[in-house]
Design a protein around this ligand. Structure first.
Ligand SMILES: Nc1ncnc2c1ncn2[C@@H]1O[C@H](COP(=O)(O)OP(=O)(O)OP(=O)(O)O)[C@@H](O)[C@H]1O
Ligand SMILES: [Mg+2]
Length: 265
């Protein structure tokens, strides 16, 4: 049997996520050129690359916030069929609200900064149809707890919290509905090194305990190495290398990846 990077031998299941040839331009800027990715259930795909390489644009496409110029995207979930880029606005919104969680680098993009933290998480549950106050509060508090947020601060608005705590509120909101896919865009960038390490620990614990399928974007190789099973290296809107994390870090094939890895050492 031939082993390819798209079909790890130990994972004998269908991929959860398949994106093929995703391209997106903004005027003359080719943000993405034929980007493809495959993620298996329970796996963490890390996307690394220099600033402007298209990482966030690709993640926004996976969160159906951005419509690419071409390409396809499927998720292997019950009641979810076809190329998700073809869904109408309402269907996209419902799919994202119920099956996909996202944590942005900038908490202002993911949170209502002046509403209570518990309210931010509860809002996610409301969109999915939950209306019972006690259930909303219990579930919001459970998600905040799983994100290792101090529960005595759950009624404080994010604007009054530290950056690390704001990221935990975003994380709680993202996992409140047990999403099939968790997208993380630079979740620790801008935090103190010590806080960064704590948030990374939380993400690792969540991954180990719940086996949530994740796509994490970072320009920080340390973050990607800590969390990822597989790595995709982007440069100027293209994928230059993809492979198992150990393989990419120990034996990078592309000159750009070699440069990245050696710069980090
Ligand atoms: N909404 C937009 N309008 C115009 N250009 C955009 C838009 N979003 C992204 N771009 C451009 O697309 C390219 C890729 O941007 P993107 O934000 O995806 O890069 P990135 O890899 O996430 O970078 P960083 O590490 O700095 O976050 C850049 O040249 C950027 O200026
Ligand atoms: Mg970005």
């Amino acid at each position: 049997m031939t082993l390819t990077l798209d079909t790890p031998q130990l994972v004998k299941t269908q991929p959860l996520l398949v994106a093929r040839n995703v391209s997106k331009s903004y005027g003359a800027v080719h943000a993405l050129r034929d980007v493809s990715a495959v993620v298996y259930p329970g796996e963490v795909l890390g996307i690394v690359g220099e600033s402007g390489s298209g990482k966030s644009t690709f993640l926004r496409c996976l969160n159906l916030e951005e419509t690419p110029d071409s390409g396809s995207y499927t998720l292997d979930l019950p009641d979810v069929q076809g190329n998700l880029f073809d869904l109408d606005r309402y269907a996209r919104r419902m799919l994202c609200a119920t099956r996909i969680g996202i944590v942005y680098q900038n908490p202002h993009l993911g949170l209502l900064m002046h509403h209570s933290s518990s309210g931010n998480v509860a809002e996610r549950l409301l969109v999915a149809g939950e209306r019972r106050f006690a259930v909303l509060r219990d579930k919001a508090s459970a998600a905040l707890d799983a994100s290792e947020f101090p529960l005595d601060r759950m009624d404080a608005p994010p604007v009054e919290l530290s950056g690390g705590m704001q990221q935990r509120v975003q994380l709680a909101k993202a996992i409140a509905l047990e999403p099939a896919l968790l997208l993380l865009d630079e979740p620790t960038t801008g935090l103190d090194v010590s806080v960064q390490a704590l948030v990374l620990d939380t993400l690792k614990r969540l991954q180990q305990d719940r086996r949530i399928t994740m796509v994490i974007v970072s320009h920080d190789l340390g973050v990607i190495r800590t969390l990822s099973d597989r790595v995709m290296v982007m440069r100027r809107g293209q994928v230059v290398e993809t492979g198992l994390a150990d393989q990419v870090f120990q034996d990078p094939q592309h000159a750009y990846t070699q440069q990245l890895v050696h710069a980090k050492l």
